[in-house]
Design a protein. Structure first.
Length: 538
């Protein structure tokens, strides 16, 4: 004959309790072998005594009675298959079993400790694999194993966020059932205390002391016993100094309605061993997930960078009366600078350079929109009207706190150059007569509705060179924090102003690179050079 036991079924599922003690106690007290809930049960309701090979159920003066197969009893020898009821309420089904059936879920404390240590070895192996398992899978392995070997009813893991606040990550119940944070009603006091102190917490009865008021929802479903351990991550260096760092990443929490291996000192010790290896496995899984997310973002940014470069015109553009070349180097994967060439129906050549406030994806999106707006407006209006329309278009789209500096000019075949400068670095016009800055225009685009813009027309002589640049060139910093400045731009360009525009551009970019050696590029760097070749031959 198999060992006598009770099969107990309630809202949380079915469990099997062996009658290992000489007296198996039943009642609302958390210290009883079978803890009851409900106002119709007594604190000390009944007991099952093992006498001369028999199991005898005795009522202990309960208020609403003890029943066997629907009959109220004071004392009754139990037989296989008897159905027991305590009080008048439903919701709890208890069956007495003596014949062979399913195995008991309860294990001895020594067995629990052994199984937990085996699980720690498994987690150490998972860590050695390099964290290839996803975080949720590792959390499930940890929780399911801890529940299985301790006989706990439920468990959850909370991990600390970047601010050090515990966040619910995963809850599991016996039978490998996932529980959401809403279904796992319990106070945060115990896990937060364990996380703050780093000391494991064992509660033998939630009804004792001041915990009852903080765990009303937990107590309502019969949970009495709690074990919570910290998840401490210990990182080592290969020196005799030992541990380099101990960092707490979260807590592992278990609770149950019955005692058993969960409350044994060996289980607590073994669970702490498991927690150390679990912390390492969880951290590796989390780092793996973060690395995957970063790799995915890097791939997306690389694609965005390719698209942005594709939106820029080919670096060099030549025509009967001009030779132009441009370059744009983003300080991140994608940038906020742009340049654009416009071939006008009249045969004139237009060029623009802009610098959007900010960096990264938001700035890149706005540069793409500005390029499109310049293409759409340039053929139907002069530079000042074009700039005003761009400003109004940005205002209508209400791009919050986003603006741009911009320069747009049109070079006619006879050397007339009409431009509008919207708050941008004034370009240099370098010729035989000296150097001139082109400053006429107005304020930046995208901030003020109805902002006025002016344009100016200057006459460019053959072989004159126009140098447009963003502040990423003039304000490029060296390792000492000094900026490149406008004077160094002229020093790099003027001696070679008569050379082909690709050579002049290369000289300027090389000068900036040499000046900034040892410093990190802090802004996008864009340059456009335009040489007037003179009127085309008739």
């Amino acid at each position: 004959m198999a060992e006598p036991r009770l099969s107990v079924t309630d809202a949380l599922g079915t469990r099997t309790l062996p009658l290992e003690s000489a007296t198996f106690t039943i009642g609302r007290r958390g210290s009883h072998h079978l803890s009851l809930t409900g106002s119709d049960t007594s604190r000390d309701h009944a007991e099952i005594a093992r006498e001369d090979g028999r199991c005898v159920l005795r009522d202990l003066g309960s208020r609403y009675g003890t029943f066997v197969n629907g009959e109220q009893i004071q004392e009754r020898e139990l037989r296989h298959g008897d159905h027991l009821r305590f009080g008048i309420g439903g919701g709890l089904e208890v069956v007495f079993l003596t014949e062979d059936g399913g195995p008991s879920i309860q294990q001895s404390a020594a067995s629990a400790a052994s199984d937990l240590r085996r699980m720690a070895t498994l987690l150490e192996s998972l860590r050695a694999l390099g964290g290839g398992r996803v975080l949720d899978e590792v959390l499930q392995i940890v929780l399911d194993s801890a529940i299985d070997v301790t006989g706990a009813e439920r468990g959850f893991i909370m991990l600390a966020d970047a601010g050090g606040r515990l966040e619910f990550k995963l809850g599991r119940a016996r039978g490998r059932v996932s529980l959401s944070g809403q279904r796992f009603a319990t106070s945060r006091k115990i896990p937060e205390d364990v996380f703050a102190t780093g000391d494991a917490r064992l509660v033998s009865d939630l009804l004792d002391g001041d915990l009852a008021a903080q765990h009303e929802g937990t107590i309502a479903v019969g949970i009495r016993h709690v074990l919570c351990v910290p998840l401490d991550l210990v990182q080592y260096v290969e020196t005799a100094d030992g541990p380099l760092e101990r960092r707490r990443i979260g807590v592992l929490y278990l609770d149950s309605r019955e005692r058993g291996a969960l409350l044994s000192s060996t289980a607590v010790s073994a669970l702490e061993t498991l927690a150390h290896e679990a912390a390492a496995a969880i951290e590796h899984a989390r780092l793996y997930r973060e690395a995957e997310a970063k790799a995915r973002l890097d791939r997306e940014l690389a694609i965005a960078a390719e698209i942005q470069q594709a939106l820029l015109p080919h670096a060099r553009r030549t025509g009967p009366h001009f030779d132009a070349i441009g370059s744009s180097i983003a300080c991140r994967a994608i940038g906020g600078d742009f340049f654009e060439y416009v071939d006008l129906p009249s045969g004139a050549f237009g060029l623009a350079l802009g610098d959007v406030a900010g960096k990264g994806p938001p700035a890149a999106l706005l540069t793409a929109m500005l390029q499109g707006m310049i293409d759409a407006q340039a053929g139907s209006a002069g530079p000042a009207v074009t700039m005003a329309r761009i400003n109004d278009g940005l205002i209508r789209r209400a791009v919050s706190a986003r603006y741009a500096t911009a320069f747009y000019g049109v070079l006619e075949a006879d050397g007339r150059f009409t431009y509008c400068n919207a708050g941008h670095n004034p370009p240099f016009l370098i010729g035989a007569g000296g150097v001139r800055r082109l400053e006429t225009g107005g304020m930046v685009v995208g901030l003020f509705p109805g902002a006025p813009y002016q344009e100016e027309t200057v006459t460019i002589a053959p072989d004159d060179l126009l140098v447009l640049f963003s502040d990423g060139i003039s304000e490029a910093f060296d390792a000492a924090g000094q900026d490149f400045g406008d004077d160094r731009i002229l020093e790099a360009v003027q001696p070679r102003a008569a050379e082909p525009v690709p050579d002049v551009l290369a000289a300027l970019l090389e000068a900036v690179k040499g000046f900034c050696a040892g410093a990190v590029q802090s802004d996008d760097q864009t340059v456009v050079l335009l040489r007037y070749l003179g009127p085309p031959a008739a």
